[in-house]
Design a binder for this molecule. Structure first.
Ligand code: NAG
Ligand code: NAG
Length: 423
């Protein structure tokens, strides 16, 4: 009996070991194929995002800028754009009060005739006419996103909702704003000159940006938005550099739209400016100040929304078919800053907005927007009527508007986030 029992026990043990081995092998196989499936997905996505380059430029910040033939850009992956004839310049250009060259700005001073292009990669080369510079997306960029599909998209609806807002929408997943805005009219464009800084970000999943929003529709599921400005976003770019960006959506940040050229939509015609590339130089506290001008306007003939950067770099356009409400006009314009306050340690984040200083500190300390203008139905740049301001918690980030001959309508904005009045 003893021997039989022993043999039975031995058999049982061998069986268990086999079972365990089998389980181990199938599990690790499943895990491995899971990893390779993800790798495959990432590769496939990178192949979609990055286009064949005729030349690549290594930027000192680690970026690779690909010069891609204009007809090979991501926009033309869109089924509606297969037969689209690229418009190489807008039919109309808004006329305005402020000649940018007249306004003193250290960023436009340059010894030689060539205008200074405030992007880092330009020190190492340029793209030829007929090509557009595209920041190459790397595997790491995609892997930092919550999923391959969400890469290049905003995580949450992130439009400041001044007063028409429902109260429960005001604290949108910790997004905080300090903005100026106009509403109640039909707007055909907006402009501003934005002071450029490099705000500190407390946590990788937070960001700090300064931008213009052109909004159409109510704040429902079908909100249309066109956005442009500068941002620091470690999640999106893998570093703390200040970068030029654009964004668009026609369904309140759900299925449509993306940053920069990370989906098909925006049609770029410019060979000098790369969206998503670092802006350089940036302003220093009580030191040299730098700013960028952004103008977005609707071409009254074709209906496309055009974007201009600086004094005359027409970047390209968002075709009007991308939108619903914005095919007509914008119903609200906002200018200002936004940060994410993740409150991971129970305190307010110390992620900075603007320069990280409050508006009352003024020039060369606090960040500003100046020469704020809107485009009216006659395609004229005009001072904004009834400029309002909004911030969720002015003890954390604030905004202070003003008006004078040199700067027209302007405001200082921003703040340090966490401080003794914003615990
Ligand atoms: C938003 O959140 C802040 C801090 O968490 C709070 O003080 C404020 O009352 C909230 N606002 C609304 C409208 O819920
Ligand atoms: C970005 O800045 C944070 C602190 O503000 C720092 O911890 C992090 O290492 C920086 N990231 C890079 C890539 O430099």
């Amino acid at each position: 009996m003893e021997a039989v029992n022993l043999r039975r026990e031995k058999l049982a043990r061998v069986f268990l070991v086999c079972l365990w081995l089998w389980g181990f092998v199938t599990l690790s196989y499943a895990a491995r194929s899971g990893v390779s499936k993800q790798k495959f997905e990432v590769k496939k996505h990178l192949n979609r995002l990055n286009k064949p380059a005729v030349k690549s430029i290594q930027s000192p910040d680690g970026d690779i800028i690909d010069c891609v033939p204009i007809t090979k850009q991501p926009a033309f992956d869109h089924p509606f754009l297969k037969d689209h004839k690229i418009q190489m310049k807008p039919n109309y250009h808004p006329e305005g009060l402020f000649d940018d060259n007249k306004v003193s700005s250290s960023s436009t001073k340059s010894k030689d005739k060539e205008p200074h292009i405030p992007q880092l990669w330009h020190r190492y080369g340029k793209c030829a006419e007929g090509t557009i510079p595209m920041r190459r997306t790397k595997e790491d960029d995609v892997l930092r996103a919550s999923s391959v599909k969400r890469y290049g998209k905003k995580k949450h609806r992130s439009v400041p909702l001044p007063k028409s807002a429902e109260p429960d929408l005001i604290n949108q997943s910790g997004h905080q704003h300090a903005i100026a805005y106009v509403e109640g009219d039909k707007y055909y464009g907006a402009k501003a000159t934005i002071n450029v800084w490099e705000p500190k970000i407390q946590q990788q999943n937070e960001f700090s940006l300064s931008q213009i929003w052109l909004l159409g529709g109510s704040f429902g599921q079908d909100l249309n938005s066109i956005e442009a400005g500068w941002q620091v976003s470690p999640d999106l770019y893998g570093d703390n550099n200040t970068r030029l960006f654009t964004y668009w959506t026609s369904d309140a940040y759900q299925a449509t739209g993306c940053y920069n050229l990370l989906c098909s939509g925006f049609i770029q015609i410019n060979s000098d400016i790369a969206m998503g590339a670092s802006i350089s130089p940036v302003s220093g506290y009580r030191n040299s100040q730098y700013d960028i001008s952004i103008l977005i306007w609707k071409d009254p003939k074709e209906g496309h929304w055009w974007m201009q950067f600086g004094n005359g770099y027409v970047l390209g356009y968002w075709p009007s078919f991308l939108f619903s409400y914005l095919t007509e006009s914008a119903s609200m314009i906002e200018w200002g800053g936004e940060v994410v306050n993740s409150q991971s340690d129970g305190h307010h984040t110390s992620t900075q907005m603007g320069s990280g200083r409050f508006p009352e500190e003024g020039f060369s300390k606090a960040s500003y927007f100046r020469n704020i203008q809107v485009v009216d139905s006659s395609n004229n740049l005009k001072a904004p009527k009834g400029l309002g301001t909004f911030t969720e918690q002015s003890n954390c980030y604030d905004v202070q508007p003003g008006n004078n001959d040199d700067w027209g309508h302007f405001f200082y904005y921003g703040g340090p986030g966490k401080n003794e009045n914003c615990p």
